[in-house]
Write a protein that binds this ligand. Structure first.
Ligand code: ADE
Length: 245
């Protein structure tokens, strides 16, 4: 997958993209990330990327020309037409479903807004607007990193085991149940016996049941929209008998 990031603050991407799973995916060539400074596309000696709002008011507004020029360049460099995403608190709220949808694309271009806003005409040059939640950050850089992280881990080969992305809780509409590693006892807290039993079927059922329990207690809304199997319904009935929520 090719990811283009258009930003006024390229330095914000240096650390996060080089580390951990994404860093390894870059090394393995599963991902290619290009960070482009929108300022490089601004005209004139001063390379101005923002201006005062028409009609008056406080704050600066991102100018459309350098953003369009940077988008055009990213599109021209691409063999296929890329999918262009604008990060904005006014976009559709990001979800695992949107992550899967973006992961199908070969080439994504992320446009990061900054300053107090951007010229409305920038919206017309993109395919999708995404928000990472109902709060306002200083710019679209951190939101773009959030989306890129969630999308890239779904690209085949990026996670060591491709099944982990499919099996992870949100992919199945559930929160993840509890997980444990050594030691078996820590400060008086014990690992549940069933996980030590070696009985794979029992472990599978326990995990499913605990994922259902956690979802019921913390995010009941997720269960409402889910198609539950007969087994899930039975496990959930057991959970309801055991838990007061
Ligand atoms: N830019 C500023 N806040 C944002 C948010 N919540 N989501 C996406 N882009 C943003």
């Amino acid at each position: 997958m090719i990811v283009d990031i258009l930003t006024l603050f390229p330095e914000m991407f240096e650390g996060p993209l080089g580390a951990s799973i994404l860093g390894r995916a870059l090394e393995k060539g599963l991902l290619s990330v290009r960070v482009t400074n929108i300022r490089d596309y601004a005209e004139g000696r001063h390379k101005v990327t923002d201006d005062c709002p028409y009609g008056g008011g406080t704050g600066m507004v991102m100018k459309p020309e350098p953003v369009y020029a940077a988008i055009d360049d990213a599109v021209e460099r691409s063999a296929a037409r890329p999918w262009i995403v604008l990060m904005t608190p006014q976009g559709e709220v990001f979800s695992q479903a949107i992550a899967w949808d973006l992961a199908r694309r070969v080439h994504l271009v992320f446009v990061c807004g900054h300053y107090e806003g951007f010229d409305e005409r920038i919206r017309l040059g993109v395919d999708q607007e995404i928000s990472i939640g109902d709060y306002v950050l200083t710019g679209g850089e951190i939101p773009a990193l959030v989306v890129i992280d969630a999308v890239c881990r779904l690209v085949p080969g990026v996670l060591g085991d491709d099944m982990s992305a499919v099996q992870d809780s949100f992919a199945q509409g559930l929160l993840e149940g509890p997980q444990y590693t050594r030691p078996r006892e820590f400060r008086g807290m014990e690992v549940p016996e069933v996980l030590l039993s070696g009985d794979h079927e029992k472990v599978r059922l326990w995990r499913r049941k605990e994922a259902l329990r956690r979802t019921l207690i913390r995010r009941r809304d997720l269960l409402d929209g889910m198609a539950l199997s007969d087994e899930d319904r039975r496990l959930l009935a057991e959970v309801r008998g055991e838990t007061t929520t």
